[in-house]
Write a protein that binds this ligand. Sequence first.
Ligand SMILES: Cc1cc2nc3c(=O)[nH]c(=O)nc-3n(C[C@H](O)[C@H](O)[C@H](O)COP(=O)(O)OP(=O)(O)OC[C@H]3O[C@@H](n4cnc5c(N)ncnc54)[C@H](O)[C@@H]3O)c2cc1C
Length: 564
Amino acid sequence: MISMNYNFVKSDVLVIGGGSAGLRASIEAKKRDVSVTLVTKRSLGSGSTAVAGSGHACVLPPEYGGNPEDSLKTHFNDTIEGGCSINDQRLVKFLVENGAKQVLELQELGVVLGYVPFSEAREKPPGEGHSFGRIIRVDGGGGNLIYSLTRKAKELAVEMKEDIMIVDLLISNGMAKGAIGFNTKSDSFSVFVSKATILATGGAGQIYPLTSCMIDGTGDGYAIAYRAGCILQDMEFVQFYPWRLISPPLYNESVLYDRVPIQSNVFTRGGKLLNSQGERFMEKVDPSRKDLTTRDVAARAIYNEIKEGRAVNGGVLLDISEISEEDFLSSDRRYSLFKKRGVDIRQAKMIVAPEAHYFMGGIHIDENCETNIKGLYAAGEVIGGFDGANRLSGNALTMCQVTGRRAGVQASIRAIEFEETPDIKEEAVSKKIGEVQSYLKEGKSFEVLRKELQKLMWDKVGIVRTGHELEQALKRIEGLRVELNAVGASNYQELKGTLELRNMLCVSEMLTRAAMLREESRGAHYRLDHPKRDDEYWMVNIRISLRLEKMILLKAPAIDLKGQ
Ligand SMILES: Cc1cc2nc3c(=O)[nH]c(=O)nc-3n(C[C@H](O)[C@H](O)[C@H](O)COP(=O)(O)OP(=O)(O)OC[C@H]3O[C@@H](n4cnc5c(N)ncnc54)[C@H](O)[C@@H]3O)c2cc1C
């Protein structure tokens, strides 16, 4: 048993999460001269941003590669169409209108953007779902985005706290007053007291066994917000990236992040997907677009080939024989890495399969990025509403910048308005720490349950769903929640794993219940027993909240711009 000692960390603004959204939020808050603490579960750069392709979608001026025929209205319409018309239109408008400005502002924060002039950009086809090419990338990818924003945040004296897992928020009188966390390396608790708090904890891809999401992506922010009384929405919509390269491997086993998502531009250059019988199955699935279809259609098609026994070594074959070596190497920098490792990727059999990639759902916010709890803001992938039922490529990172900035500004305004640091009740802190410490005991390992949950979610709440399987999944999730009580952690690393599992179970339950309720197919949510989109009954968002210790799901009409 450990002692009840903990240290207090006071700041005006607390930012939980050090990805693209959290870093931008902390920089914007700090610029307004308030004290800012930023907490991350592992080291900075351990979220999805660091491994992202770094494409930001926005309507760019021609000198940055933008098409003069493009417009804010077209980006707005593309995003709503991609989201199957249940996006929160207030958020889409806010994002589209501020996208280019705030992405280009990254240059003032030390980020180098690798834009191409319009004349060259014109040669390239637009990304999936976009009417025009409107993607601008960070030079050197997501790793450089994190590196540059971290440098800026440090220069501004943002207090950085790494290796701290935030467990829960401190809420009293309906207001956010900080959070409780523990340091996984020094085995100590910290109580963060703040006038405003920003959740920027990223997604939850880790609830599935195959994901492009980094290991921090266990959905902590969704579960923390839910337990605190926030409203969440659209949790049934998970984007599966269709083309994860599962062989040949690019890295050796010592590498923490070994996933290689194949970029869709390989198909614009002539790449083809083939099943074990050598059939180009996408010709049947989407005769006009074939392999260049949207991500949800491609993921489902590949999943079906695997499920119906036409897989090649667990995936499908990516045939690139018609692409010239030069063309191929120029389409993705990782192909050159293969070459450096001595693997001739054009000779090797490339096998691809789908993986969980991105959570469209999340915390319900207003245009100021504030949640239904006063003083609690959210930014980045942890929010819901912007994407609707499906996300367009490049929209997530732009959304991180726009919501990160807005959340940072609004949190600092609130902090300036409140002169006094909030008072924290000792009993509330002791109760929460006691709850967490109760897992420090002898017991079962969390790892076995975690693996079982991941497999269950993949098999029954994955790319293709049925009411019957969703019911089976829910029953087992409830069983696993009971079994969690028998889990014991012998150190703080195991405690982290155990509490992550608690959060993963909470997210899985929200997802499964919402998927059961939505008896139609829309965007990334596909029900084999309700295969059609039903606009008469389902132009709604499913909102989830905790009321009297029960998970409550309500349908709410999608928010449009009528009257604005
Ligand atoms: C391989 C890949 C490629 C992608 N490419 C693109 C692209 O090109 N364009 C695009 O628009 N989108 C892309 N995406 C999606 C996009 O990268 C993510 O949606 C985005 O980076 C999320 O940023 P974030 O700041 O919200 O969260 P993240 O970058 O995931 O950061 C989350 C942070 O929260 C911290 N955290 C989590 N839980 C806790 C806790 N309990 N306590 C303390 N800290 C915590 C983590 O440590 C981390 O610092 C890609 C995603 C992947 C996985």
